[in-house]
Design a protein around this ligand. Sequence first.
Ligand SMILES: *[C@@H]1O[C@H](CO)[C@@H](O)[C@H](O)[C@H]1NC(C)=O
Ligand SMILES: *[C@@H]1O[C@H](CO)[C@@H](O)[C@H](O)[C@H]1NC(C)=O
Ligand SMILES: *[C@@H]1O[C@H](CO)[C@@H](O)[C@H](O)[C@H]1NC(C)=O
Ligand SMILES: *[C@@H]1O[C@H](CO)[C@@H](O)[C@H](O)[C@H]1NC(C)=O
Length: 428
Amino acid sequence: MATSEKKGFTATLYFILLTTMCLVGEFPLNAVAGNAAPLLQRYEDGNEHGYSRAFNAIYDTSKYGILQLQNGLARTPPMGWNSWNFFACNINETVIKETADALISTGLANLGYTYVNIDDCWSKVTRDAKGQMVPDPKTFKSGIKALADYVHSKGLKLGIYSDAGKFTCQVRPGSIFHEKEDAMSFASWDVDYLKYDNCFNLGIEPKKRGVDDPALWAGKVGNSWRTTEDINDTWVSMTNIADLNDKWAAYAGPGGWNDPDMLEVGNGGMTYKEYRSHFSIWALIKAPLLIGCDIRNMTAETKEILSNQEVIAVNQDPLGVQGRKVHSNGTDGCQQVLLLSQYMLSICITCFLAKLAYYIIIINVAATITAEWNVIGLEAGTSVSVRDLWQHEVVLNNAVASFSAQLDAHDCRMYVFTPQAALMGNVM
Ligand SMILES: *[C@@H]1O[C@H](CO)[C@@H](O)[C@H](O)[C@H]1NC(C)=O
Ligand SMILES: *[C@@H]1O[C@H](CO)[C@@H](O)[C@H](O)[C@H]1NC(C)=O
Ligand SMILES: *[C@@H]1O[C@H](CO)[C@@H](O)[C@H](O)[C@H]1NC(C)=O
Ligand SMILES: *[C@@H]1O[C@H](CO)[C@@H](O)[C@H](O)[C@H]1NC(C)=O
């Protein structure tokens, strides 16, 4: 695997430029030291690819691959859909089937969105006489097995939901003390994916059951773990969560991913530019890309965002190193933040407000944001070709020393940077 991943290593750099509102930025400018695993090092003495010594120091990849569940699953972040963010409890087998149909008809399935995940509220409020969890007879009357068969017949996969407590968050039966039988039920229904929540956990120690810093332990039992509170369909929530997720970047890797919660793209609470920023950041930080809108009824803009293959490719790159914040710069009461990912060196520039109350004021702040080569780990003299992943074109052939973009507030640019030295080499 190491060998093939190294082969797949394209000498390209991905970049996001983003202006956002400002939050209290606690991102770790200096938290990027550490021992990079050899596989992940770009800079080698005498290398011709334009990387500087600083490049390897930018990434703490010391945790890369060591905590992951090696079950062959989720080698790249899972992609698909989940019912919660749009439908909450208002689900039934019809809407799940129609969503599976829509994943196919919109072309999203072809782009990799293959999980159809049912969240809370699929089960009856009580177990049956034998203690088994049963589908709600009013809303899932054909049963989960029939639904799995339907979803599988489309070439898709079915996900289900339970909880490590007495009840789920919506007070359906939880799986505590029924773990084995519930797992057997899900397996007998041919379910492919389980989301396991933590409501009503009877006060059982979180490290055994659920909340505290799951990046440190959940890789032993699952292929992704939530790192934050629930997202909601606002710019404040989205940027806040992205910020909280950042400190766990070193723990992500093929087989196990930090999950900053599901996408809100298309749910109406943010603007087109904000959703584009949301999607760019989630892709860059190797988050599971679980769509949370009603894909049966997407706008053209929503579909365009979710279907950006160049951005999806950043998320699905086989090396799987999570992007992280590497630089910020204060201006106008904001900080501009660079988010960088390695396989594709990606940068996200954000403006983080000191107080959430200033949100409205900050909305109109535009900014020119600059990525300087020394900050992103390139030799100053390296000439870079810059491709814009939203415009789908090369915008500059020979950027040297730095690259700047003028952005509206909350807008985002995402670029792939290809050093010219690398273009002439044996990659790309
Ligand atoms: C199924 O759920 C959808 C989404 O909430 C709703 O529009 C539809 O009316 C429901 N269908 C039935 C038969 O309950
Ligand atoms: C959304 O999240 C933000 C940030 O966490 C929070 O301040 C706000 O109250 C939340 N809004 C809703 C409607 O839950
Ligand atoms: C489809 O989405 C639009 C908003 O984009 C909304 O106004 C409309 O009610 C939705 N239609 C259905 C059937 O949900
Ligand atoms: C930081 O911001 C100042 C203005 O606030 C600007 O002059 C400078 O070029 C910026 N530096 C970077 C690296 O963006």
